[in-house]
Design a protein around this ligand. Sequence first.
Ligand code: NAP
Length: 295
Amino acid sequence: MTAKLISGIEIAKDIREELKVEVDELTNKHNVVPGLVTILVGEDPASQSYVAAKNKTAHALGIHSEQVTLDADTSEEDLLATVKKYNEDPKIHGILVQLPLPKHVNEANVLLAIDPAKDVDGFHPINVGKMVLGEQCFLPCTPHGILEMLTRSGVETSGAEVVIIGRSNIVGKPIANLMLQKRDGGNATITLCHTRTKDMAEHCRRADIIIAAVGVPKMVTADMVKEGAVIIDVGVNRIGKASNGKAILAGDVDFDAVKEIASFITPVPGGVGPMTITMLMKNTVQAAKMAADLI
Ligand code: NAP
């Protein structure tokens, strides 16, 4: 079997078109322009490019976006003051603090300082708690993007055996929680694997859906995949540099071999990555609607 490609680029494009209609309606009918601020501390090149991509996408959708860049030695106190300023700014509906933060800043304190009603990354403990309880909240962007990819590709999750590799707070744990909820895109039976898992290959071979969020290039090999399984590859690993200086990327899945066995597979790049930014935009529009009492 040669798997069907689940293109994050194509699905993200569809969602952005839907969002553009919503943003136009909010702006023209309700006089509400959704606003997003991205706060970057330091000059990490990967973070700079993520933030630039977020602002570019926001701009293309008609979302008002502001970018704040602070020096790498900015104190936690000053960063908290910046967050507070945007918590109180009515033009801003979503606040994104780009992670990771420099080591001298306590990440948990910063995430806690963001107004939960503007927490478009979905990392505030209040939103995390609501997500676990299945209540209305901002869903974290990467897991939310994965759910959209599965549902829009017609993948049945109800009753499916899902193996997730990786238990990070931003991908593994939330996607596990979302897929066990009693609703569309959920109702799955979840196995969550990590470095202490005894026989990961054995777990994977039982899976109808494998979600790899590990950070180890090509770790999921063809012998670990059941015929017809659905493969979501979250990993983004820089494995070299092309002659034009661009990074060569690989996922956590051995794409060329696994695509011969799977029924659906996401590529890297062009899979989960484009969905993450799009779901940030979706959350920002949701935040603007909530602020205007439209939902
Ligand atoms: P993370 O915080 O580094 O966590 C990695 C997880 O993988 C941990 O739970 C770790 O287990 C587990 N792990 C590592 N090596 C393993 C092994 N050999 N066997 C089994 N489990 C192993 O990772 P993350 O932030 O979730 O990111 C994972 C990958 O996804 C990275 O490549 C990242 O760049 C990518 N990512 C992509 C997007 C996107 O939008 N495309 C978004 C987020 C992340 P322990 O807990 O036991 O240490």
